[in-house]
Design a protein around this ligand. Structure first.
Ligand code: MTE
Ligand code: MO
Length: 248
């Protein structure tokens, strides 16, 4: 069995959601899928599973209370200044293995095509909550920046630190191009609060809560996770041996 764009479109998310076709047609995702062509049949099956959608819910199923977990406020002078100016001067950096490094304002992110989704957030500590998230597709941002062929992982650098270690997370290109992977600036139809990760946080809906980086300041495309933080691909991976791929 060969993986083809067609089988991905049929079994994966394609066609079910507006905006997804564009992601599947992108040159980068084509090259990710092409790599799958060479893989063992078992790996091809895994790629197909990885592209399926997380369950989405109705508005009346949203949790009345969505807890704030981990950092509730980065608390640095820089971050406090951004909160005071309502992130008017804040810029998201997209750099690393990209053809065109970007510096985007919150207004830029808000004016791009948006995706909204109501999903269940599952924390490894044993709680879940259903909330609505909105923002541009991560894939669109990465297409604007233009990943170079060596890029294999996307790293999210955050404004906060835990025990002195900067919070960071990373995902591979399959999750980066997943149709539900967005950079959310809104939650439950309001701008993100400080507690939930203002001004933007990652939503990577097929994985556990700790992968959903809050307070994202910089997105970096890399060939390898070695040399970033402790090399484990994320703060909790480094500190506590949490799985790098936290699929749910
Ligand atoms: N920057 C940053 N991102 C983070 C965390 C954090 O402490 N700092 N905690 C993670 C964990 S363990 C969870 S469950 C969710 C919590 O998101 P919430 O506060 O919006 O519920 O954010 C994740 N992303
Ligand atoms: Mo969590």
């Amino acid at each position: 069995m060969r993986i083809s764009r067609r089988s991905l479109l049929v079994t994966g998310a394609g066609g079910m959601l507006a905006g997804c076709d564009a992601a599947v047609r992108s040159p980068t995702v084509q090259s990710v899928l092409a790599r799958g062509d060479d893989a063992h049949r078992f790996l091809q099956r895994s790629v197909l599973d990885r592209t399926s959608l997380a369950r989405e819910f109705r508005a009346d199923q949203m949790s009345p209370r969505f807890r704030v977990n981990g950092t509730a406020n980065p608390g640095t002078p820089d971050y406090a200044a951004h909160v005071a100016s309502r992130f008017a001067d804040w810029r998201l950096t997209i750099d690393g293995l990209v053809a065109r490094p970007l510096s985007l304002s919150l207004a830029d992110l808000r004016s791009m095509p948006q995706r909204a989704q109501i999903t269940r957030h599952d924390c490894v500590e044993g709680w879940s909550a259903i909330g609505k998230w909105q923002g541009p597709h991560l894939a669109r941002l990465l297409d604007l920046a233009g990943l170079t062929p060596a890029a294999r992982f996307i790293v999210f650098h955050c404004a906060d630190a835990i025990g002195g270690a900067p919070y960071y997370e990373s995902i591979d290109l399959i999750d980066a191009w997943h149709p539900q992977t967005i950079l959310a600036w809104a939650m439950n139809d309001a701008p993100l609060t400080v507690g939930h990760g203002a001004p933007v946080r990652l939503r990577v809906e097929r994985q556990l809560g700790y992968k959903h980086a809050k307070y994202v300041m910089r997105i970096e495309a890399v060939a390898s996770l070695a040399g970033i933080g402790g090399g484990g691909g994320g703060l909790w991976e480094d500190r506590s041996g949490y799985e790098w791929y936290a699929g749910i």
